[in-house]
Design a protein around this ligand. Structure first.
Ligand code: Z5A
Ligand code: MG
Length: 217
């Protein structure tokens, strides 16, 4: 037949608090999908390569002070500036593995004391992920992991607030099936196996669906 088979890529998002293994699993999934012949791209937020991203980097590494609302809007602008590229990739059939997104954006700002609804506004209408793989880990466990304490937010009581805002955000989401909580205390390999299975199913299932440009609408 000459039926056009429209096949878009899947938007797979990794979220979670600090040191929960998001980047480890995002990288491993990327390598797996690439080595098995999928068209796939890895995208990390903040994208520190753009001028906005460089300002964010200076802030995170404690080299620049910025008002809480101003930095919140810059994180959001950093997502908006990448939207055309992400859209083209998905429409061209490339699966996107995204490491942090608007959910981190809101959770970190709410942890500073900003209002949750105010924080959600600038990201409304961005691409909605097809799945949020949430790496769930207690702060006690994450503290045992390497590299804790180097950047601005890596303090225990702040992390507790971040975790709390993630769950508030999930509660607010009317699309509960979007969130896939994984016990991030498991081994890297065990987690990878589960993530591969979830991702292959998702890639198959959402290939015929239109893009969802309605985050939090
Ligand atoms: N931020 C924001 O405020 N607003 C926004 O809109 C966005 C972000 C997008 C920088 O982010 C900061 O920006 C971040 C949120 C804020 N706050 N802080 N801090 P980032 O993504 O660049 O942060 P990062 O430096 O990549 O760290 P991370 O994301 O917190 O780590 P991770 O990616 O979740 O974990 P990992 O690097 O994969 O692993 C951490 C360690 O644990 C490492 O030594 C691993 O070898 C080990 N590990 C990983 N998995 C396991 C398992 N399963 N068992 C044992 N050990 C493991
Ligand atoms: Mg990371």
């Amino acid at each position: 037949t000459n039926t056009a088979t429209y096949k878009r890529g899947a938007f797979i998002l990794f979220e979670g608090c600090d040191r929960t293994g998001k980047s480890t699993q995002a990288n491993k999934l990327f390598e797996y999908l690439q080595s098995t012949g999928h068209s796939v791209k890895l995208w990390k937020f903040p994208d520190r390569t753009t001028p906005i991203g460089q300002t964010i980097n200076a802030y995170l590494t404690n080299n620049q002070e910025l008002d809480d609302k101003a930095i919140h809007l810059l994180f959001s602008a950093n997502r908006w500036e990448s939207l055309p590229k992400l859209k083209n990739l998905l429409l061209g059939g490339t699966t996107l593995i995204v490491d942090r997104y608007a959910y981190s954006g809101v959770s970190y700002s709410v942890a500073k004391g900003l209002d949750l609804d105010w924080c959600r506004c600038p990201d409304i209408g961005l691409l909605r992920p097809d799945i949020i793989i949430f790496m769930d880990l207690s702060i006690e466990e994450s503290e045992k992991r390497g590299g804790f304490g180097e950047e601005r937010y890596e303090k225990k009581n702040f992390q507790e607030k971040v975790c709390k805002s993630f769950s508030q955000l999930k509660q607010k989401d009317d699309d509960d099936s979007l969130w896939k909580f994984l016990d991030a205390k498991q081994s890297v390999e065990r987690l990878h196996e589960q993530i591969v299975k979830i991702s292959l199913d998702l890639i198959e299932n959402c290939s015929q669906l239109p893009l969802k440009e309605d985050l939090w609408k």
